[in-house]
Design a protein. Structure first.
Length: 128
């Protein structure tokens, strides 16, 4: 018989902001909150600068050729978060990170800033 659990909020019993999940091998655990993506953004900078879709992004600023700054709705706890990204035509460099935003630069094979049709970045770390 299949089970179904419907809830609006999950809260840890001993610590409200910490829910532990048992791993696949039943021998390790991980924090649910630590494993969640805290922000993501997809945008294009080629021909026109457009925010296609996002989560936890209040705005996206055009910083020039190949440069985009995603401003967070909910700030990160510090600027030491991870922000991996991918682009359809260039490499991505995380130029700068602050608790309230992350700046990315797409560069072409000649190491020059280069606009891209698709740039995607996700942010992993602790929310403030």
């Amino acid at each position: 018989m299949a089970s179904q659990l419907k809830v609006n909020t999950l809260t840890g019993v001993t610590t409200a902001g910490s829910i532990v999940v048992t791993g696949e091998g039943n021998s390790t655990t991980t924090s649910l909150q630590q494993g969640l993506c805290k922000c993501w953004v997809r945008y294009q900078s080629a021909s026109t600068f457009v925010l296609n879709d996002s989560f936890n992004v209040s705005s996206l600023a055009d910083g020039g050729a190949g440069r985009g700054v995603a401003n967070f709705i909910n700030d990160m706890g510090n600027a030491l978060f991870s922000a991996p990204g991918i682009s359809n035509s260039a490499s991505i460099v995380n130029q700068a990170a602050a608790t309230g935003n992350v700046e990315t630069i797409t560069i072409n094979g000649s190491n020059a800033d280069s606009d891209s049709a698709r740039t995607m970045v996700s942010v992993h770390g602790d929310l403030a």
